[in-house]
Design a protein around this ligand. Structure first.
Ligand SMILES: Cc1ncc(COP(=O)(O)O)c(C=O)c1O
Length: 393
């Protein structure tokens, strides 16, 4: 069946590249490092690109192609690479598209290491960067230089949930021949399709909603054109960013239920956000599904739903944050997000504790900020758990 023509849910289940064998309903795992050739001529033809077929798993493997094909269909791109982690995907983009003398612009609250590695490691190779609040398109405009090659967005950003208008940012970037990459980890293609909104590249930490079961680490980059894809594939193969076949197989399995997982988590998240917003110990809640969300119009414009991620501020600051963390019973006190289990963390005492108070405030990480990834448990149990933990705040 041509899955390019089917609906999103059918693509989730049926899209892929592994040939069925022996009637198995599920694709087998090709857990092999290498592939044998029929004879010397076939080996030569494959190495010279005159014949398709596999050579060596770092260069290609059916399970990696299976997952990459499904992601390409879901994001409506030209092609994809799948990588050993989300950070491998980020670096695949940086290495493929930036070189000595180039400049890139990004949001100041992107995932920490996506910013950290650009500021500490890439300057060694002559790459410059500017991190600003991309939710204001004028800021992007002011930061463009003659050598700007890449606009790297993450929307919603983490954990401030600030949105960037992908369509407007892409239009501006393209007027200056700048490519646009969007980290779509928080939304998944179920809630947001950056390529359709004008971006050139989409990136995922598949560790999150795509796999959804907190049992693998993985990444993916989906390109709009062959030209971009070829550059991404070259780096993936030669730097060795590839996934392992078993990791790819597990991710492909997790992906099948992504839409119903997100629907359920989102349904829960709306109720949890309303509960938190009315709680006396909570100062404010940032969740794209609430009427109080400052960029409600942009949610309507570019997202198919508000998702399952939220942040809220405790009136009691750092001490209250730690108390809530110490008393949750159902929610797991853990970083990461997008799994079937509710995860909670307190950035000021955990992920962002290394930053000074001033730097944290600039990045929007206030003392009492709590980040919540709502899972698919019974919503009454999630709310009961938060309510009893909040009594210690
Ligand atoms: C938005 C975002 N992008 C990228 C990454 C990096 O992904 P990974 O941890 O799979 O390397 C993360 C990880 O938390 C993330 O939240």
């Amino acid at each position: 069946m041509d899955t390019k023509k089917t609906g999103f849910n059918s693509k989730l289940i049926h899209s892929g590249a592994v040939e069925e064998s022996m009637g198995s309903a599920v694709s087998p795992i090709y857990q092999t490092s290498t592939f044998k050739f029929e004879d010397a001529d076939q080996g030569a033809r494959r190495f010279q690109g005159k014949e398709g077929g596999y050579i060596y798993t770092r260069l290609g493997n059916p399970n990696l192609d299976d997952l990459a094909t499904a992601l390409t269909d879901l994001e409506e791109g030209y092609g994809a690479v799948v990588t050993s982690s989300g950070m491998a995907a980020v670096n695949d983009v940086y290495m493929a598209l930036l070189g000595s003398g180039d400049h890139m612009i990004s949001h100041n609250a992107v995932y920490g290491p996506s910013r950290g590695i650009m500021e500490t490691f890439y300057p060694k190779y002559g790459v410059e960067s500017t991190f600003i609040d991309c939710s204001d398109i004028e800021n992007i405009k002011r930061s463009i230089k003659p050598n700007t090659r890449l606009l790297y967005l993450e929307t919603p950003a983490n954990p401030t949930l600030k949105l960037t208008d992908i369509e407007a940012a892409s239009k501006l970037a393209h007027e200056h021949n700048i490519l646009v990459c969007v980290d779509n980890t928080f939304c998944s293609p179920y809630l947001q399709k950056p390529l359709k909104l004008g971006a050139d590249i989409v990136l995922h930490s598949m560790t999150k909603f795509i796999n959804g079961h907190a049992d693998i680490v993985g990444g993916a980059v989906i390109a709009k054109t062959k030209e971009i894809l070829d550059k991404l594939v070259y780096v993936m193969k030669n730097v060795g960013f590839n996934m392992d076949p078993h990791q790819a197989w597990l991710t492909r399995r997790g992906l099948k239920t992504m839409a119903i997982r997100i629907e359920r988590a989102q349904e829960n998240a709306i109720k949890v956000a309303e509960f938190l917003e009315s709680h006396p110990k909570v100062k404010w809640v940032l969740y794209p599904g609430l009427d109080s969300f400052p960029q409600k119009d942009l949610v309507e414009k570019q997202m198919a739903g508000p998702g399952a991620m939220m942040s809220f501020e405790l009136k009691g600051g750092i001490v209250a944050g730690k108390q809530v963390m110490d008393h949750v019973k159902l929610a797991l006190l853990a970083v990461s997000l997008g799994g079937i289990e509710t995860l909670i963390q307190h950035p000021a005492s955990m992920t962002h504790a290394v930053l000074g108070q001033k730097e944290r405030m600039e990045a929007g990480i206030s003392d009492g900020l709590v980040r919540l990834s709502v899972g698919i448990e019974d919503v009454e149990d999630i709310i009961t758990d938060l309510d009893q933990a909040l009594s210690f705040a």
